[in-house]
Ligand binder design. Structure first.
Ligand code: FDA
Length: 374
């Protein structure tokens, strides 16, 4: 019998939740984390009394009551509601597209006027029956004004290429809201953990043994020898030494600034939708928690290609990468003592509530299936 029942690689939401459930059931767990801190990409750090979202803004939202109750059983959440603003050449628009946006764009005041205006805008592109790229798709769905001011520049910066070279399927539909409702999400529950996400992860991990600054892959055989089962939440291509090739990701560069003023932009998220501004968003962290500190902290987000020096953020779901991923996925089925979970091991964009649900399901299968080889 080995020393640990489970060795969990990665202390992000997947690893932490899985470890918590197994620990609760009496299993002996060890978490390995290659970074110097816990939490994976939801990690927040307290600077000037403000919780800074170090790997990009994280807003918890879900319609799944079970998941909402689960996270609230560890920490209290505040009543934050995401209401981003778009800045296009100094003009401000509410997002997502709703009656406020339509009023700001065209001065229309009723849903009937707004629908008529959108129909007029789309009419010029009725001749496009099968949009060949994102530009054509967006023009068919929204017309010139919304596409030019609110979609084109932002999306091109995100993808690092012209909209005419981005596949059309990225925006199959555009949700228009004919109410004056700036709430970005449609979910029933939304908020930010009081005390930050690191506080949430700390509570989930509790007293489970954890080693930070420890890369599992650097000493894989040694770690494999110490546990009956491995839960791997790192990159799946790295696990298999990129034998089928590297999986591509888009990355982000974050430029953080502490400002000697108490309020910079009056909102936590402002998107810069013109192509000439090199960053996509400015995040003002204190507004996630209704902060009243004398200083403020902002972060500019610059999208970029993934290289060896920066983090993998968004999987590129094109055919080429999906084909490579499927090969890894197939190979992974032969490793019966390893559970591959989370966004990097499954090469999939997951929201936080989805990752938690996946981890809860995986732990349930382990406990109820009792299929780990002890
Ligand atoms: P995560 O990447 O967090 O954890 C994996 C961990 O494994 C990392 O800590 C890593 O260091 C570690 N690891 C990897 N390889 C290792 C090795 N060899 N040895 C040891 N450790 C290793 N979701 C949402 O609901 N609302 C939001 O607002 C946002 N916002 C957002 C912004 C941005 C910019 C991104 C990219 C993503 C979001 N998300 C989000 C998604 C959210 O970040 C995501 O759902 C979770 O962080 C995924 O948790 P995981 O545990 O899967 O991965």
């Amino acid at each position: 019998m080995k020393e640990y029942d489970y060795l969990i690689v990665g202390s992000g939401l997947f690893g932490s939740v899985f470890a918590h459930e197994m620990h609760k059931a009496g299993k002996k767990c060890l978490i390995l984390e290659k970074r110097e801190h816990i939490g994976g990409n939801v990690y927040t750090e307290c600077v000037e009394g403000i919780q800074v979202h170090k790997y990009g803004a994280h807003i918890f939202h879900t319609s799944n009551k079970k998941i909402w109750d689960y996270v609230n059983s560890f920490v209290e959440f505040n009543r934050y509601t995401n209401t981003p603003i778009a800045n296009y050449k100094g003009e401000l628009y509410n997002l997502p597209f709703n009656m406020n946006t339509f009023y700001q764009l065209w001065g229309v005041k009723t849903p009937t006027e707004a629908k008529k205006k959108i129909d007029e805008q789309r009419a010029s592109y009725n001749h496009i029956k099968e949009p060949k790229n994102l530009e054509e798709q967006a023009l068919v769905l929204a017309g010139e004004d919304i596409y030019t001011k609110l979609i084109k520049g932002y999306t091109e910066k995100q993808w690092g290429r012209p909209a005419t070279r981005i596949p059309a399927f990225i925006i199959r539909r555009l949700p228009f809201r004919f109410t004056f409702d700036n709430n970005y999400f449609n979910d029933t529950y939304q908020g930010i953990p009081i005390g930050g996400y690191t506080n949430l992860i700390q509570k989930i991990i509790g007293d489970i043994e954890i080693k930070t600054n420890t890369d599992y892959l650097e000493n894989k055989d040694y770690w494999d020898g110490r546990a009956n089962k491995i839960v791997y939440t790192g990159k799946i291509d790295d696990f298999f030494q990129c034998c089928f090739g590297k999986l591509d990701y888009r990355s982000l560069r974050f430029e953080m600034e502490i400002l000697d003023i108490d309020n910079y932009q009056g909102n936590s998220v402002v998107n810069y939708t013109e192509a000439d501004v090199p960053f996509t968003r400015i995040i003002e962290h204190k507004h996630f928690e209704f902060g009243t500190q004398p200083k403020t902290i902002i972060t500019r987000e610059y999208p970029q290609d993934k290289s060896d020096d920066n983090e993998a953020y968004y999987p590129i779901n094109d055919e080429h990468n999906q084909m490579i991923y499927q090969k890894y996925q197939e190979l992974a089925t032969q490793y019966v003592h390893i559970i591959f979970g989370g966004r990097l091991a499954e090469y999939k964009y997951y929201d936080m509530h989805q990752v938690i649900e996946q981890a809860l399901n995986a732990s349930k299968v382990e406990l109820e299936g009792k299929n780990h080889d002890k």
